[in-house]
Every structure is written in structure tokens, then in C-alpha cells.
Design a protein around this ligand. Structure first.
Ligand code: CU
Length: 145
């Protein structure tokens, strides 16, 4: 009995250490690795814009009219990207959950069809946040009337 108990007390700190390590690891795995989003100003999304984030060249643009309730296409070109997702928000306003997964075409350009809701406040300023393999790129834009 005494040997089992002493073994337990000797191993308990190791067990706690492993548990803490696991919790820390799982928390980090859930967070995007890139930290706060890189913000890209793109005055003309129809023409597309390019930037570099974390050494990676990224181009973003849209096809179709940037209007609410009307589908348009978002495209992203990012070297060696595997997973690209887009969410649309407004600063200081809950615009509902939305998450679009963009799919790579045969040229490796990620594309997705997006439809934005109408803002009940009449605002047109949106923020598109692209998650490119866990790295965030924020692109502010304004929808047309
Ligand atoms: Cu809104």
C-alpha cells in the first residue's frame, strides 16, 4: 500500500503537467496562428488587390456587383494555400453567422459565391475576413446601392 501511494504522489505532478500541456496545446490549436488580421485596403475589389502577409503573396478580388441580396464571387489567390474561408461582419454590429469555404479551381484560385444580407441600420460598410490556412486577412469594403 505504502509503495503504491508513494508512487502515486511521485507521478501526480507529472500527470498534472501533462494535463496542463494538453490544455495549452488544444487552446493554441483552436486559435488562428497568424494573430490579429492583416488589414488590406482595396479601393476597387472588382479589379482585385494584392498584398503580402507573413511572406506569402495574396491577391483578392470579386466578380459581379457588390450588392446585398445578390450573389457575387470572391476569389483569392494565395501561393500554397490549402484552406480558404471567408466571413462577413460589420464593426460593432452583429450581422449573423456566416462562413463561406472557397474552393480551388483548376488554376489554384480559390472561389466562393457569397450573398450578403441587408443591414437593418442601412449601413453598407462591411469587413470581409479571409482565413487562409489560419492566417487572417481583413478587407473592408462598401456595398453598392
Ligand atoms: Cu449592419
Amino acid at each position: 500500500m505504502t509503495t503504491i501511494r508513494s508512487h502515486f504522489f511521485r507521478l501526480a505532478p507529472l500527470g498534472i503537467l501533462l494535463l496542463v500541456g494538453l490544455v495549452v496545446y488544444l487552446n493554441q490549436a483552436r486559435k488562428p496562428e497568424g494573430g490579429p488580421p492583416v488589414v488590406m485596403d482595396c479601393p476597387d475589389l472588382a479589379a482585385g488587390c494584392s498584398t503580402r502577409m507573413h511572406g506569402q503573396a495574396v491577391s483578392v478580388g470579386v466578380q459581379g456587383e457588390l450588392k446585398v441580396l445578390q450573389p457575387f464571387q470572391v476569389w483569392v489567390r494565395a501561393a500554397d494555400a490549402h484552406k480558404v474561408q471567408a466571413t462577413f461582419t460589420m464593426e460593432g454590429m452583429d450581422m449573423g453567422f456566416n462562413l463561406y469555404t472557397l474552393h480551388a479551381d483548376k488554376n489554384g484560385v480559390f472561389r466562393g459565391r457569397v450573398t450578403l444580407p441587408v443591414c437593418i441600420s442601412g449601413r453598407r460598410d462591411w469587413l470581409m475576413t479571409l482565413d487562409i490556412d489560419g492566417r487572417l486577412l481583413a478587407v473592408p469594403f462598401v456595398t453598392e446601392l
